[in-house]
Write a protein of this length. Structure first.
Length: 281
């Protein structure tokens, strides 16, 4: 029996504690991260600083989630969404979708003349550090927003309302990222829906973890976009020009209307697939 009976109340209390703790954990590192003043400006390479900040936020999120799930919800940790059935399929589907969406967006921007690459360099250590960083952050955020918050909201609300509410909280948590814009807010909300739509049908986190990792890693360390406003080393040095509504400006691809359209399409397709294949309630 949970210490707090209402799922929605547990989710709100958890979000307040998580938000406060991650702000404190990140404050020591964010001043050292630089976002380019213009889309084509060179970005200082500080992967170690990024990793330290990500580790601080990741550890904080994981610890708070585990403590709440064990001692407030009184549920086994596996119930966050770590069941092992169909794990390979879910991971593959999530990562493949990230490739399709990021790859499609990059091709559209390139074909339209809004994006080109000016240089490139491979630094194995930095590349690996950022891959690990993206994976750790994805695991932490999915445990927080889908594994705990969405999970608990679904105990009090119908699945669609719970999904919308969890996406709103996911958006609020990113509102103070550098370079935030109105379009970025819309895309964060859509991103929260896209990351959660699999969970409301499967109660598993594997799809969301794989998609979240692939989405961030491909747009940042591979193609050179800032990731939610934060920029660092990338394999390719890019130059973006044209309407900021298309390029995403300082926030990166997540601030582009192209990302909006691609995520909307993915949400619609996934919704119909899951609805048509779920057992009758």
């Amino acid at each position: 029996m949970p210490v707090i009976q209402q799922g929605w109340l547990r989710a709100v209390l958890f979000f307040a504690v998580y938000t406060g703790a991650t702000i404190v954990a990140a404050m020591a590192f964010t001043s050292g991260l630089t976002v380019p003043a213009a889309a084509d400006q060179h970005v200082p390479e500080k992967p170690a600083l990024v990793l330290m900040m990500v580790l601080a936020i990741t550890i904080t999120g994981i610890v708070i989630t585990l403590v709440f799930r064990r001692f407030i919800d009184r549920q086994p940790l596996q119930s966050l969404g770590f069941a092992t059935n169909h794990i390979g399929r879910e991971l593959a589907l999530g990562f493949l979708l990230s490739i399709v969406l990021i790859g499609g967006g990059v091709l559209i921007l390139y074909a339209n003349g809004n994006l080109r690459w000016t240089d490139g360099s491979f630094k194995g250590g930095d590349f690996f550090v950022l891959l690990v960083s993206m994976a750790l952050l994805a695991i932490s955020e999915e445990m927080v927003f889908r594994g705990y918050i969405l999970n608990n909201l679904m105990e009090s609300l119908d699945r669609r309302t719970a999904l919308a509410a969890s996406a709103a909280l996911f958006t609020i948590a990113h509102l103070f990222n550098p370079g935030i814009s109105a379009m970025a807010v819309v895309n964060l909300l859509l991103g929260g829906v896209l990351l959660g739509i699999n969970f409301i049908y499967t109660r598993q986190l594997w799809f969301a973890i794989a998609f979240h990792t692939g989405w961030n890693f491909l747009q940042g360390p591979v193609f050179g976009f800032p990731v939610s406003g934060l920029a660092d080393y990338s394999l390719l040095d890019q130059e973006r020009k044209g309407n900021p509504l298309l390029t995403g400006s300082q926030f990166g691809f997540e601030g582009s209307i192209i990302a909006t359209l691609l995520m909307l399409a993915a949400i619609i397709v996934l919704y119909f697939i899951y609805e048509n294949n779920r057992p009758n309630d």
